[in-house]
Design a protein around this ligand. Structure first.
Ligand code: ADP
Length: 371
């Protein structure tokens, strides 16, 4: 039909421009119904290639809205399929580029599922974080005749505009004392600057060297435990904080001696739901304001990058400061937007997709090229 042709043309144009620019890609993922609510009717009307159509019933009758992204993953898409074409991104980290992968969406829409996995984690349902690091080590191993790679990770949480180190000794504020020493002992080439030239200065966040996927799994488990410790004071704080696993990679070209540095931020953002200000006060209101501020700061940074503004407002939030070296310039960014299929999530679903489309269409508008 004409409608589908227009959608198809939009999608082609969008992908062409994305290929030209190649810097920000947007993937949309729909969570399956949770078992207890399987009798609900999905608000997702149709998914085809990069298009998703949401039905928006109103008292005036049935309506629908369509959105276009690089990819749309329906409810039955597996973790492996979601990750299947991410190898080029991982490779570019080893080539010395900065990469940022982040998960956006309302609480309960599947952000943690995509980045980490479900509670009963198995190899099959592992999320992007594990797979990205797994691939990183596999690729590094393949290049071992020509490159020597050192990898180290940091894991932090941003809550109410404060940065917390998650790789501390179980639950305490004590850091592993010899982290920096370990780095220099294990590698005489690794000189990772925690306070990267441009990004957020996290000099105190532990930087842990890793040499295998199992090292990473241990550290991620520690980080998750530490995150939970913070959550006892305020129930379910994790949905109201951003968590970020940062992987620093340094490669030495064994023939030329050239050093390449790349880094990858894997970010599970705070829930994007708008909190009705009349319903919350005190601590909850402050949290909501901080979340709104950092997510809109993120949107502003992306918009301003796409418009090629000379001034990009990185400094407006801790989140955008942290990601500064991984958003814009030569960096490659992938945003996963998540939606829930339930009718009672409809308002958030539409506002999430609009935010994501703003990220996407600003790109389109800015390119304005007929090449
Ligand atoms: P968020 O991080 O956005 O708050 P979660 O990742 O915790 O949301 O997901 C909410 C619930 O839905 C969890 O129980 C999770 O395991 C489940 N879930 C989310 N996405 C999927 C998926 N693609 N397949 C199966 N279960 C999922």
């Amino acid at each position: 039909s004409g409608y589908h042709r227009v959608l198809e043309e939009n999608r082609k144009l969008y992908n062409q421009v994305q290929d030209l620019k190649g810097s920000i890609r947007v993937y949309c993922r729909v969570r399956p119904f949770l078992s207890e609510r399987s009798s609900y009717v999905s608000t997702v009307e149709h998914i085809e290639d990069g298009n998703i159509t949401i039905s928006t019933p109103s008292k005036y009758g049935k309506g629908c809205k369509s959105f276009t992204f690089n990819k749309v993953f329906g409810q039955s898409v597996t973790q492996a399929e979601v990750f299947s074409d991410m190898q080029p991104l991982i490779r570019s980290v080893l080539d010395g580029y900065n990469v940022c992968i982040f998960a956006y969406g309302q609480t309960g829409s599947g952000k943690t599922y995509t980045m980490v996995g479900p509670k009963d984690l198995t190899e099959k349902n592992q999320g992007v974080n594990y797979r990205a690091l797994g691939d990183l080590f596999v690729l590094a191993e393949k290049r071992k005749d020509n490159f020597r790679y050192d990898v180290a990770v940091q894991m932090i949480e941003i809550y109410n505009e404060q940065v917390r180190d998650l790789l501390v000794i179980d639950g305490s504020n004590k850091r592993y004392p010899s982290v920096h020493l370990i780095l220099f002992l294990t590698s005489n080439t690794l000189e990772i600057h925690n306070s990267s030239q441009t990004g957020l200065n996290v000099p105190d966040a532990s930087l842990m060297p890793v040499s295998s996927t199992s090292d990473v799994i241990d550290l991620m488990n520690l980080g998750q435990r530490n995150r939970a410790v913070g959550a006892t004071a305020l129930n379910d704080r994790s949905s109201r904080s951003h968590s970020c696993l940062t992987v620093h990679v340094q490669g030495k070209d064994l023939t030329s001696g050239t050093i390449l540095r790349g880094c990858m931020h894997l970010v599970d953002l705070a829930g994007s739901e708008r909190v009705n200000k009349s319903e919350v006060t005190g601590g909850r209101l402050k949290e909501a304001q901080h979340i709104n501020k950092s997510l809109s700061a993120l949107g502003d940074v992306i918009a301003s990058l796409a418009q090629k503004n000379t001034h990009v407002p990185y400094r407006n939030s801790k989140l955008t400061q942290l990601l500064q070296d991984s958003l814009g310039g030569q960096a490659k960014t992938l945003m996963f937007v998540h939606i829930s299929p339930e009718p009672d999530a409809l308002a958030e679903t539409i506002s999430t997709l609009k935010f994501a489309e703003r990220v996407a269409t600003v790109e389109l508008g800015a390119a304005q090229v007929n090449k």
